[in-house]
Design a protein around this ligand. Sequence first.
Ligand SMILES: [Zn+2]
Length: 429
Amino acid sequence: MRSPLLTCLPVLLIVCSWIGCSGGASKNTAFAVLEVANKSGLKQASLTPAQEQAKRFGLDDSLQLTVESGKVKKGQSLSHILSPVGVSAQQLHQIATKQKETYDVRRMKEGHDWSLFFTKDGAPKHFAYTINAKEYVVFDLTGGGQTRRGHFPSETRRGYVEGAVQSSLYQVLEDQGHSTTLALAMAQLYAWTIDFSRIQAGDRFRILYDRDWVNGKAAGMPRIMAAEFVHRGRNYPAYLFDQGEGPDHFDDTGASLKKAFLKAPVEFSRISSKFNKKRFHPVLKKVKAHLGTDYAAPHGTPIVAVGDGVVTKASYTKGNGKYVKVRHNSTYTTQYLHMSRRNVKQGQAVRQGDVIGYVGSTGLATGPHVCFRFWKNGQQVDHLREEFPPSTPIRDAQKGDFDHAVARWIEAMARLDVNTELQLAAQTP
Ligand SMILES: [Zn+2]
């Protein structure tokens, strides 16, 4: 699938896998990756491993370097790795202090890759450390040299996936071999419009996305270019467009997908109990109003603030357990109960999506969940019944350009749809 052949064709469609869904009326699930942009051209003939590595870190190999590689071990610091090969204490001190602005070596983490380059006389020359999938830092070990940060050569690939949801979007994407980040990107994209805990079998989706690849591996979050999500029979399209304030997603009418609040405080949860003024309480064994919505999720799942605001309480009571309360504005306040751990302090400002705590079962709770409570003008209301206005729609002056962009995305997805089906037809016995 990651054949170097891809690099010589401008556009090539490959169907990586397809899974027939067992559910009656649902459509077959197909997955295709479309390769588009590629900066790097054809791979050159046989470099030595040291030359390959030197090239990755932007090093000049005229010195005929040799290389030794490894991963940072638990508790290991730069000096643990470099002292044994003869790098002096002064040199290490210089890297740790004078070059700190470029990279603070105390931030090196266990499990990250490093490569140590030697001259042909065996003297240590450069130390390269992989900061993350996209970025590295190179320390000069010969004295006087500068620490340098760089980005690995990367390419952007376009991917397309469509399918029908059986249990959860996360599950269907995972079954097709996608990284969890694609499901996360979808959850973030639709956080204001679709409550992913209420997804039902028969919901369908199509996703066109760009993703950076470094050294044969996907790096960072995928960027969704266009998507459709048919939820409970209604289509929710999303198109990427920049109207001068940075790229954002809009529906086909030009309304922003962002609304005032997130639909749920936890991703990939399940509603275990709805807002109900006459609920039979499972712990107290009596009828007691349930003025919140319970989201069941595994212990330790992050709980996020559903909107910007200020923490008015980060406290504990016997009933609520560990809880956090956030005031968003003069109208709305939200509260999150039964946390295993709080992640914010009273008085702290939070942004929408900030992790404020983690799912637990402290207080009166039968299992790990977050009880989410929503106040509107001092009254507890069922947030699932509230309608919130969309924010910053496409402006009139941008409407023409936007419509044009949408038409192009729709065309791109339709083309992929047709190609995918042709490929699938060819494979079907
Ligand atoms: Zn509750």
